[in-house]
Write a protein that binds this ligand. Structure first.
Ligand code: MN
Length: 441
């Protein structure tokens, strides 16, 4: 497979405008240059779920029959793959199908498209819809790509030696669970588990007292690889479908008791939340950056090294966390920002992650989900979880309501958002992943 060319094309032109007026808002998430995909139906209906592409304050229903007369042959082939209620088949078809659909929709949605009145019937307002998981997720792996996060967390446990020797050689990860992946708006229930309370030698079974979020991005795999056949680093992008928001809920007290020697287990498996919209790697192309290791770090091994990845492996995606407590909600206060970080600060690129994960011959499949790990930066305000922000619980975070937080309380809503912006390139966004904590049952 050699279809990926990585070139910017007419769909990236920052001057493009849409006949969907809201898509021309310079601060919106869904301009015509973005075109993320989700699976939806009209809220409260018993309609079939189907795929839609966001444009401004609406989406375009890809199952609408008024679209097909205006698509070219590759566009028709691609849209036929997305008519089912999950995107796995479309994901399996690879970057070529994805790009064909993007080019067709970009043309149809442009302000001067002559038959715009004929396709306007496919538009549905975003306020009128509900979402479903974009894919049947077969496997979920979560990584640890931010050295700033790894250092901040490592310092809490090992002040002398925060970064373990393997960190600079391989992207550390673990296999997560798919059964408890939730969509934005689904509440997360505070877990119960074994906790070692301070000063006690024996654990108790109790409600989690140190519930945390982790600001991450999720990457959906597109075309898979055959078992036994690693994906070379320079071919990884042929196998990627897109990026969503991912909140990796973490029970820090359960985690600190259970994690040695095999890593996280019940501290993570109770919930992981994702956003409904998946932004394609094509849409992210204008926001690529060179990826560099800090001076003095060892060069990565050859199978994790590529000049192409060094040139463009980082992606400038700003990731924001806001918190809205029950008291703030009651007083009509707006959500308060807790952190703003950037995926471009990651130590490991997505190409390195996938090259590593398949380097033993492990097969990835369409719809598999990979988490980047908590995205933190060098600055204190770029710490992507409360464990870091509160320095292990010793430094409470203040909220505008006068409340403080070390970890999350019942009724807290955690709101993740992310966007890309670049000089002369405009802005694209990821929508939201919004989750409220409910009490343990
Ligand atoms: Mn994580």
């Amino acid at each position: 497979m050699t279809e990926a060319t990585y070139d910017l094309d007419q769909t990236h032109d920052p001057e493009l405008r849409s006949w969907v007026e809201a898509a021309n808002d310079k601060n919106g998430d869904f301009p015509i240059q973005n075109l993320p995909v989700a699976v939806f139906r009209r809220a409260g209906s018993d309609e079939q779920f189907r795929a839609g592409i966001a444009i401004g304050d609406s989406l375009i229903d890809l199952s609408a029959s008024c679209l097909s007369p205006h698509l070219n042959e590759p566009g028709l082939a691609a849209i036929n793959l997305v008519s089912s209620s999950s995107l796995n088949e479309f994901m399996a078809a690879g970057r070529r199908a994805q790009r064909a659909l993007r080019r067709n929709l970009s043309r149809i949605l442009q302000h001067d498209f002559p038959q715009r009145k004929r396709v306007a019937g496919a538009l549905i307002g975003l306020r009128e819809v509900e979402f479903k998981m974009p894919a049947r997720i077969g496997d979920f792996s979560d990584f640890y790509c931010s050295i700033h996060h790894a250092t901040n967390v490592g310092k809490l446990f090992r002040p002398e030696n925060p970064i373990l020797p393997n960190y600079r050689w391989l992207p550390v990860g673990y296999q997560g669970r798919t059964s408890s992946i939730l969509l934005s708006e689904q509440p997360v229930v505070r877990p119960r588990g074994q906790i070692l309370t301070p000063g006690s030698a024996d654990p108790i079974y109790s409600d989690c007292r140190r519930l945390d979020y982790e600001a991450e991005l999720g990457v959906f795999v597109g075309a898979g690889n055959t078992l036994g056949t690693p994906i070379p680093i320079d071919r990884v992008e042929d196998h990627l479908f897109g990026v969503c928001l991912l909140n990796d809920w973490s029970a820090r007290d359960i985690q600190s008791w259970e994690y040695q020697p095999l890593g996280p287990f019940l501290a993570k498996s109770f919930a992981t939340s994702i956003s409904p919209w998946v932004v394609s790697f094509d849409a992210l192309d204008p926001y690529r950056r060179p990826h560099r290791r800090p001076d003095g770090d060892p060069a990565s091994l050859p199978h994790l090294t590529s000049s192409n990845d060094a040139t463009r492996g980082a992606i400038d995606i700003k990731v924001s966390i806001h918190l809205l407590s029950a008291a703030m909600r009651a007083r009509g206060l707006p959500p308060a920002r807790l952190s703003l970080s950037n995926y471009a600060d990651a130590y490991w690129t997505i190409a390195q992650v996938v090259a590593h994960q398949t380097s033993n011959g492990c097969n990835l499949q369409p719809g598999d989900l990979l988490g980047t790990g908590t995205i933190s930066g060098p600055a204190p305000e770029s710490r992507g979880c409360l464990l870091e922000l509160s320095e292990g619980g010793s430094s409470p975070v203040s909220l505008p309501s006068g409340e403080t937080r070390i970890f999350l309380e019942d009724g807290d809503t955690v709101i993740m958002s992310a966007w890309c912006e670049a000089e002369g390139r405009g802005r694209i966004g990821f929508g939201e992943c919004r989750t409220t904590v409910s009490k343990a049952v």
